[in-house]
Design a protein around this ligand. Structure first.
Ligand SMILES: [Zn+2]
Ligand SMILES: [Zn+2]
Length: 262
C-alpha cells in the first residue's frame, strides 16, 4: 500500500491511497476540481485512476472540489449522511453518493476502511484508518480533542498522517481574531503540537514506519515546533517523520510488510 498528499493545510487537503494493482482512492478534495486534477497528475494519477473519493467532513478545505470532480469524472463519493446533508445534497449527483456510518467498516479499491468518529465542529465528521494485507494507515486531522475511541482506532498503525495544526503560543500571539483563536484551540477545533505529541506517546509505535505531520497552520505554527514536540513529548523516532506541505503535499510513501503483523 502507498499514499501521498496532494496538499495539506487550511487552504486545501487531499490524500491519495493505493493498494497494489488497484485504482487509487482520494480522501478529501479541498481544491477546485481543476487544481486537484493538476496536483494529482504530479503524482502520476489521472481521474480514471480514482475508484472513490472519501470525504471526512464539509469544511471547504476538504470538500471544495468534491462534487464537481465526482460529477464530471463519474467517481463514487463515500461520506456520512451529515457531511452529505451539509454540502453535497443537491450538488453531488445522487447516484454517486454512498452513505457510510462511523460504526461500520467498508471495502473500497482492495482496502478495508474504518471510519473513526471524531470531535470537530462539523455535522458528522469522521476520519479514516485504511488497511490492506495487514498494513494500517491512519489519517487524522481536524480534531479538537483526543478521545479514548481515537486511541483505540489508531493504536497500531504502520503509517500515520497526524494533524499538528498550531503552536498554542503562536496562535495566542498570532493574527486571528479572538473568536477564531477560541474555535481553533477549542475541544471541537484542531490539535495543537502538544496534543498531537501526547496522543502519539500513547500509541504503540513499534510498527510505525512513517509519521507524517499534516494540516500545519501557516500562520500559527512552524514545522520545527511540530517536529520538536513529536520528538520530545511524542517520543517519535526522527527518521520516520515527514512533512506534508500546503504547496506540494508529500510524495508517495510505501507501507511495507513487517514480520510480526498478521
Ligand atoms: Zn481542515
Ligand atoms: Zn475542519
Amino acid at each position: 500500500m502507498r499514499f501521498a498528499s496532494i496538499g495539506s493545510g487550511s487552504e486545501g487537503n487531499g490524500t491519495l491511497i493505493q493498494a497494489p494493482n488497484q485504482p487509487a482512492v482520494l480522501v478529501d478534495c479541498g481544491f477546485s476540481a481543476r487544481e486537484a486534477l493538476s496536483r494529482m497528475a504530479d503524482f502520476g494519477i489521472a481521474a480514471e485512476d480514482i475508484a472513490a473519493i472519501l470525504v471526512t467532513h464539509e469544511h471547504t478545505d476538504h470538500i471544495k472540489g468534491v462534487a464537481r470532480l465526482a460529477n464530471r469524472c463519474r467517481i463514487p463519493v463515500f461520506t456520512t449522511w451529515g457531511t452529505w446533508a451539509a454540502k453535497l445534497n443537491g450538488v453531488l449527483d445522487g447516484a454517486l453518493f454512498h452513505m457510510i456510518t462511523p460504526h461500520e467498516d467498508f471495502q473500497v479499491a482492495g482496502m478495508k476502511v474504518q471510519p473513526v468518529a471524531v470531535p470537530h465542529d462539523a455535522r458528522e465528521p469522521c476520519q479514516f484508518v485504511m488497511e490492506h494485507a495487514g498494513h494500517r494507515l491512519g489519517l487524522l486531522s481536524d480534531v479538537g480533542s483526543v478521545t479514548p475511541h481515537m486511541l483505540d482506532c489508531y493504536a497500531d498503525c504502520h503509517a500515520l498522517m497526524l494533524e499538528c495544526n498550531h503552536d498554542l503560543a503562536m496562535l495566542a500571539e498570532g493574527p486571528y481574531p479572538a473568536s477564531l483563536k477560541r474555535r481553533v484551540s477549542g475541544p471541537l477545533g484542531h490539535l495543537n503540537n502538544q496534543q498531537s505529541a501526547d496522543m502519539l506517546s500513547q500509541l504503540d509505535q513499534s510498527g510505525l514506519q512513517h509519521l507524517v505531520v499534516a494540516h500545519i497552520s501557516q500562520k500559527n505554527n512552524h514545522p520545527d515546533l511540530a517536529v520538536e514536540a513529536l520528538l520530545d513529548k511524542g517520543r517519535c523516532s526522527e527518521s520516520i517523520i515527514r512533512l506534508a506541505t500546503q504547496n506540494s503535499g508529500l510524495d508517495w510513501l510505501s507501507v511495507q510488510a513487517t514480520e510480526n503483523r498478521s
